[in-house]
Design a protein around this ligand. Sequence first.
Ligand SMILES: [Ca+2]
Ligand SMILES: [Ca+2]
Length: 425
Amino acid sequence: METIYPYFYTKSEVIKELERLHDQNVMVPADKPLFNTINIPVNQGYTRGGTQLQNFQSVGLSNFAFNSQVTLTHDSYIYITAIAQNSAGLQDVSYSDKILVDLTPPRIEEVLDGDLLGEDLDAWKENTVYVNWKVTDDESGLEYCEWAIGYQPKGIEVQSFEKIKIDDRKAYKDFDPSLLQGKTVYSTIQCQNKAGLLFSLSSNGVTIFDQPPSMASAVIQTRPLSVTEYPAMDYYQSIDNSLRIVWSGVVDKIGVQQYKISVNSNKYNLDGEGLSFSDAQDVLFASVRNVDLGQGQTNVTLQAINKLLERSIPLHYNLTVVTDKPMKDASKQLSLTWHDGNKEFVVSWDGIFTSSHPLRFEVSAGTALGGGNIIQWQETRATSITFGLPESVTGTSRLKVYMIVRAITAGGDYSDILGTITLPA
Ligand SMILES: [Ca+2]
Ligand SMILES: [Ca+2]
C-alpha cells in the first residue's frame, strides 16, 4: 500500500480543506468518519500506529479523509495510519511520515528602514527603499517571505508583495522619484512558515526627500524693542543691546534639525549661531542679549537645515536701531490758534521736531497741566491737528488750555513740547 501524504499540517489547514470540500458540495456521510488515526508522541519519542487522537474509523472506499475536531498540541509530531482491508478480510497498513504540528506563525521581530542590519532610519534622499528584517520560526521553519511597500503600514501602493531571500536579512530596490520623493513609505515583511501560517509586520516608515527646507511661506521679524512705553515701528528698535527675533512658516517634510542665525551691524557680528528647537513649536524665538548693536542698520539672516543637512535659502530681515530722541529746535514755539467762529483749535508744530527716520506724534489737550479732558493721546503723522471742545467742557470764557505734543521716533523714544492758550472772554 502507498504511503499517505497528509494534505494538512495544522488545524486551520484542516478547516480550510473542510470548507473547500463543502464548497464543492462533497457530502461526507456521518457514518463514514474521515480520519484514519493520529498519534501524538509523548516527550521526544513517537510511535507509529498509535490511536491517541483518533481511533481507526472507516472511510469506505474514499482515498482522502479529514477531522476538524481534533485538538493538536503545538510543537508535537503526529502520525497517520491507514489500514486497507479487502473483502476477504486481508489487511495492509501504511504509515505517514511524522508531521510537525506548528500552531504559531512566524515570529517577525523587527522590520526596519535601513541598509544596515538592526538600523532604522526615518529619512533619506535617494530614490531607493531599503529594508532589513529579523524573522524566525523555531518549530516548522520558514517557507517564504515577501516584501511590500506602501504609503501606510501594510500598504502595497509602491510595491505589492514580492518574494525575498530570507537569509539575506535585507533588501533594497530603486524606484522612480515620483513614487518616493516627498512621501513617507512603509515596508511590510510577510512570512509563511512550513505549517502554512502567515504573519506580517511593517516598519515605522521613512520619509524620502531630497529638497532643502522651504522658505516660501516663512516670515521673520524682530520684536519692536523700545526704551519707552511706545513700541518701535516695524523694522526699528530703540534698544541697542538686544534683539528678539521671531519667525514661523519654515516647511520641511523631514523636519528642521537646526536654524542658523546671523546678525550683522556696524558694531556687532554673529555668524551662523546654530539653534535647535523641538518639532512641536510653530513660532520660534531667539534672543540676542547684552551686545552692542550700535546705531543704524542691523541685518538678520535665518537659514534652516533639515535632518538630512539640506540647507535652505537664507531669509533676511533688516532693522534700524534708532536710540536718539527726536531733535527739537529750541527756538521754535508751538503754534496755537483758536477759531472762535467754528469753535476749533488748530495746533501746529511744523519744523520743531526732526529725525532721519519717520516720526509720529501724540497730542493731548486739557484744562489742567498734563490733562487730557479735551483730547488725549491723539496720534497723527501730520504736523498739525484741528480739534474742538467736547460738550463736557463748558464756560469757555478766558479758559486756559494746556497742550502737549509728543514726537516719537521710529525707535520709540520721544520729546515733548508744551503750549498754552487762553480763550477770549
Ligand atoms: Ca511557529
Ligand atoms: Ca523608520
